[in-house]
Design a protein around this ligand. Sequence first.
Ligand code: PA5
Length: 442
Amino acid sequence: MITIDNSGCRAFADEKQIAEWTGKAIEGFNTLEGGKAPGSDFLGWNHLPSSITPEILDGYKDVASRWKNKNINLVVVIGIGGSYLGAKAAISALSHNFAVNLDSSAPQVVFAGMTLSEDYLAELMDLMERRNVAAVVISKSGTTTEPAIAFRIIKQYIETKYGAEEAASRIVAVTDKARGALKTLATAEGYTTFVIEDNIGGRYSVLTPVGLLPILLAGFDIDAMVRGAQDMEKACGTASAENPAIQYAALRNMLYAQGKKNEILVNYNPKLVYVSEWWKQLYGESEGKDGKGIFPASVTNTTDLHSMGQYIQEGERTLFETVISVARCDRNLSVPADKENLDGLNFLTGKRIEECNDSAMKATVMAHIDGGVPQIGISIEKLDAYNLGGLFYFFEKACGISGYVLGVNPFNQPGVEAYKKNMFALLGKPGYEELAEQLKNR
Ligand code: PA5
């Protein structure tokens, strides 16, 4: 399902070093599975795939079929961070490049609440004006400001357009089972509500209703996605050097210890841009603390070879790259012959575009190794719901292991609070008067 290639690290580490770090990652795996280390009250994601039953998925399918009966053609999903990026990543990866669903009757799924841009929300209203609208509002805490603002606006819009009673059947909430303003509001309004379990943090929640419900509503196969995650749970379930999550966690920590402090996740398919965004949150929020942590960045090639390529080849030597490659592309498009050959490209005649892309990838990997940038390869079989489910779980598992190898709690995010307090003070939230005064003086 997933293969890790460490050959691009061989110029930077010998067998003995790789084996030593594999041993540390096995210890990290045991720490994770032992469930006693800091953060172990947030391990609900770890054996989640195998606990997902058809009945759980039926609950989401029921919403999809109710909304289909209403001919809903626009679903606005409201959330931020872990309550946004997983669904966005999956929908972007599985959609046609030029239409969310070129030949499907599934509604268009768009996102809100992950930005405070006034333009964005106002233009979303323009779209809503022309569509038959429903909304999914997602917030584990139920108190996050960005989605709360967006939801207030979208809720009022839907109520005005369809009436309060009908609005209640067009809004679904995904939130905590008991706490938070969103839970209170959802109960008062009678919304269908799905629960995010206490022991699953936002960035580990893509395989809960947080991710699966929007992915299903966009018309994609969540049964296959869950199967892929379940198979990956098994593949990543042993304390051994064959476990791909252990292999990845070992290599990245080994490189970090050598001063390679920045990891660039590289893809060769623009559909994967948001998988990289999801991965950046997962690793950045899990590891960046206590003055430590690999800085997660990303590029999409070959596009970014023409912008970031120079730096990666010759800039500060603190980088390593993790390259995601997809073994099988189902489309088939080749370079045509041209009698005149004025562009000099006839040497490519008959070659598939994918072969050109693959050669670009191999050429880049070798050039970057020569330039002092170690390479980790991650290959998946195909870009589909099954393999994506596996990839999500694989990255989560490797992240939990990796955080423990690094010596941090991979499941908290104390640093995220700092900006929130300042923002509340600047916006005049009651209780923040003293901080507001201090900030004004600054
Ligand atoms: O990973 C996390 O915990 C965060 O990114 C949260 O998902 C994000 O802050 C949104 O929080 P909430 O779902 O409580 O609105």
